[in-house]
Design a protein around this ligand. Sequence first.
Ligand SMILES: NC(=O)c1ccc[n+]([C@@H]2O[C@H](COP(=O)([O-])OP(=O)(O)OC[C@H]3O[C@@H](n4cnc5c(N)ncnc54)[C@H](O)[C@@H]3O)[C@@H](O)[C@H]2O)c1
Ligand SMILES: O=C(O)[C@H](O)COP(=O)(O)O
Length: 385
Amino acid sequence: MYQVKTFNAIANKGLKTFTTDYTINQEDAPDAYLIRSVNLLKAQFPTTLKVIARAGAGVNNIPLKEATDNGIAVFNTPGSNANAVKELVISMMIATSRKVFAAYDYSHKNIHADISKQVEYDKAKFNGTELFGKNLLVVGLGNVGSLVANEAVNLGMNVRGYDPFLSADSAWKINNRVQRLTSLYQALKDADYVTIHVPKNKDTIGLISTKEIQAMKKGVILFNYARGGIVDNQAVVENLGKIQFYCTDFGDDIIADNEKVITTPHIGGSTLEAEDNGAIKAANTIMNFLENGDTVNSVNLPGMKLPFNAPYRFTIMHKNVPNMVGQITTFLAQAHVNINNMANAAKGETAYTIIDADNLNYKEQLINQIQAIPEVRRVRLIDHR
Ligand SMILES: NC(=O)c1ccc[n+]([C@@H]2O[C@H](COP(=O)([O-])OP(=O)(O)OC[C@H]3O[C@@H](n4cnc5c(N)ncnc54)[C@H](O)[C@@H]3O)[C@@H](O)[C@H]2O)c1
Ligand SMILES: O=C(O)[C@H](O)COP(=O)(O)O
């Protein structure tokens, strides 16, 4: 039996994906955490914990170094809620351009019998603009950004994208009418709308700050449905003369109570469909990792998936340094274990080795020997018989 501990509300469809080999929140020696945005940055991880699956995109709530040092594989579910965010961003682009929030306020405050005549005088206050023909800059063209860019092309916008780290997978998804720019400042200067879709990390905190806002055109509408802190809110409030509206999913005291700032309470991925998608993908990720050692979509290990056609599989998470495979296979050879298949790959400072074996001798001793190699973070033996 494997134990899963959940944090946050996890969609039922995801929880039901687990087979009967899994218990959810019943005991207290978890093999897996299934989480959303819970802040684990100061968490102490139990030694039983082998995998953290984040149903969703952002992993800035997980201490990746500590997890890696403790031999814990971390995953997310890329793209599972991207459509939900895309629809929210596009709706906010339309809502702000058409002054829907001010118009709603007006209507709400003026509910009386002869309003129908009055509106014909007052409606000029709510004249808007259309998206068609306007310039949109999308910063970050991954799962969310690529969908936003493509949808905006469909709406007749001139779409430009800035993403110096664009993956080949994302590039394939992007409409060829999206123009790729290589300088953020060049990209900012004539955009009517700027939307940010990058991960939050040490390089993207404050990505949009005073200098970037100064490079923008007057009347720009700015969107941050990525993470708080990527856009510097202080710089935003100081430049609300220039910025027509700032729409964000990440409110704070600095931007509170300003009619040019429209905040939503981190609802970008909060649709039934996205929550089901993420939870189902995260549950499958946990099962594939625990039962087969698959690391596809891991954020701290290289993505690997090896056909499992042998009775035994060793999965070893270790530092990416010379002679690891040599040391491990020497122990296997000394125990007269025959290797059927193997793979090794690295991601940054961490590597992962999968070894399938036809037979097994001296099980405890072998595992202890491999685990005792100082650079080994965790060794697991999966018995497939
Ligand atoms: N509001 C929400 O509820 C919600 C939902 C989903 C995702 N998100 C957030 O949205 C962001 C994007 O998510 P995603 O799923 O598209 O991620 P993703 O990893 O698929 O895409 C991110 C893209 O940003 C690019 N990038 C990284 N650094 C950059 C930089 N300095 N400048 C320009 N581009 C850069 C990457 O190359 C990548 O293409 C993340 O911060 C995620 O946490 C928020
Ligand atoms: O990164 C994400 O996937 C989003 O921010 C959604 O977060 P949530 O799962 O807490 O709604």
